[in-house]
Design a protein around this ligand. Structure first.
Ligand code: TYD
Ligand code: MG
Length: 455
């Protein structure tokens, strides 16, 4: 009988080491290795002959018959949009996000709406007592929804209970970190427990056709066994994002085996729960005044959906020779350093004795490279104290050569801006006008800075 091996699993990335180390060799995190019981080593019985002893199975062609999986609308349009049209039968969905961002609230609302529409829905909470969930439902005005509620943490108990009779159409597990599988040793929340519990629940989903939704907490430093290790096991991964101090929340699809990953759902957290925001552009724009310096409007694209956001820059000249600060909220700081370098090298505008602050209004995170030109305009406007026209939007990607590059979906961005009352766009060359917008086009960053400084 082989001796059970000790193994040490990194709680941040899930990699396995045979010896304890202070730092994980894979992800570089400190103090994340935890001893977990490994699988008992079984002798290799096939004796190197792999062409026998197994069962044969049928191979099929790509053109074989397919039964398209059924989708169930969640009753929340913004959630359906992020999912690509609703929950898929027999699929597993992971919703990750910081604690307190509103995952439980969102799923309780979705569960209640679906139950009210006639679907059988089970909501299992491992974090809150049933009364707490009930109280919250009542506060949200959903106390009368026929949701099957339970507080449980053992996957065996959950699957035994739900395995009797007709399985529910939707099963919400809040959260996967509190679940415990007795097939494996270890405390709930460790990587191997999270993985084993998820595996059992996902198998149940596939076998019984239930759409399973797993809630997973992500912490910024990744110190708790993260849902990262689950991402490859589930069909769909949604991330619920936002600043807790802000009202707005964005539900983003990161992985979707049944649809695109470029759609977002936008919500606002109110005292009556999460409300859907159908027109996000109006929300991320702060009140616009003519003559305000250091602010530009950028038409960001989330999937096929344009969202107008305000880019704000503040430039403070330093009298002393102290090292100037660069602080960024909602954008990539490396990208800001690049834009500052291009402005210095190609346009002769120096920020080296200035502190630079950059903020995307409304707690929004911009990842679109088309924001380069909007950021550069905000910076130049702040440095020179000259306003960018209040009725203008700005977009374009900036190359290290200082060239302004065209971006994807210019027409969509222009159309959205026109709808919200903007009249002109500062954009790359060869951008065609749309919706009656005037286009001021620029080939290089230098020509844009000249344009802004000459106004
Ligand atoms: P919750 O759904 O419990 O977050 P998660 O499950 O992601 O940890 O939401 C918690 C926060 O939401 C809490 O701090 C209070 C706030 N909230 C509201 O503002 N209004 C509401 O109606 C509800 C239910 C919660
Ligand atoms: Mg919760």
């Amino acid at each position: 009988m082989a001796k059970p091996q000790k193994r040490y699993v990194c709680q941040a990335c899930g990699s396995v080491a045979t010896r304890w180390q202070g730092q994980c060799a894979d992800c570089g995190e400190w103090n994340t290795l935890v001893e977990e019981a490994g699988a008992t080593v079984t002798p290799f019985q096939a004796k190197h002959n792999l062409q026998g002893g197994g069962r044969t199975f049928q191979l099929v062609g790509l053109d074989a018959e397919i039964a398209l999986p059924e989708r169930m609308g969640s009753g929340i349009a913004e959630l359906d949009r992020a999912l690509g049209g609703g929950f898929v039968e027999g699929s597993a969905t992971l919703i990750g996000g910081d604690p307190g961002i509103g995952k439980s609230t969102l799923l309780l609302q979705a569960a209640a709406r679906m139950a009210l529409a006639g679907a059988s829905v089970a909501y299992v909470s491992g974090e809150e007592a049933a009364d707490q969930v009930r109280l919250r439902a009542r506060r949200l005005g959903l106390g009368n929804a026929p949701v099957q509620l339970a507080a449980a943490t053992s996957t065996r108990d959950i699957l035994t209970t739900l395995g009797q009779g007709t399985p529910p159409a939707l099963l919400v597990i809040d959260s996967i970190q509190t679940m415990h599988s007795d097939l494996i040793e270890g405390a709930p929340g460790t990587v191997s427990q999270v993985r084993a519990s998820a595996q059992e629940l996902i198998r149940f989903a596939k076998e019984r056709g239930t759409a399973v939704v797993l809630v997973g907490h992500v912490t910024k430093d990744g110190s708790i066994a993260g849902p990262r290790v689950l991402e490859h096991m589930v069909d769909t991964v949604l991330s619920f994002e936002g600043e807790r101090s802000h009202q707005y929340r964005i539900l983003r699809a990161i992985k979707n085996r049944f649809g695109g990953t470029d759609e977002i759902g936008v919500f606002a957290m109110e005292t009556s729960g999460l409300s859907e925001v159908a027109n996000p552009s109006a929300l991320f724009l702060t009140h616009r005044d003519e003559g305000m310096t250091g602010a530009t409007v950028f038409p960001a694209l989330e999937g096929t959906r344009p969202v107008l956001v305000e880019v704000q820059a503040l430039v403070v000249r330093l009298a002393s020779g102290a090292t100037p600060r660069r602080a960024v909220v909602g954008w990539d700081s490396g990208r800001l350093a690049m834009i500052l370098a291009v402005l210095e090298a190609r346009c002769g505008l120096s920020f080296s004795t200035c502190e630079v602050y950059l903020n995307i209004a409304g707690g929004y995170r911009v990842q679109d490279p088309a924001a380069d030109l909007a950021v550069a305009s905000a910076l130049v406007s702040a440095l020179a104290e000259r306003a960018v026209p209040a009725d203008a939007i700005v977009f374009g990607e900036i190359a290290l050569s200082g060239e302004v590059r065209p971006v994807a979906h210019a027409a969509l961005r222009l159309k959205e801006a026109a709808k919200l009352g903007f009249a002109r766009a500062l954009a790359p060359v060869a951008t065609a006008g749309e919706g009656g917008m005037t286009i001021d086009s620029f080939k290089t960053l230098g020509s844009l800075t000249d344009h802004l400084l000459m106004r």
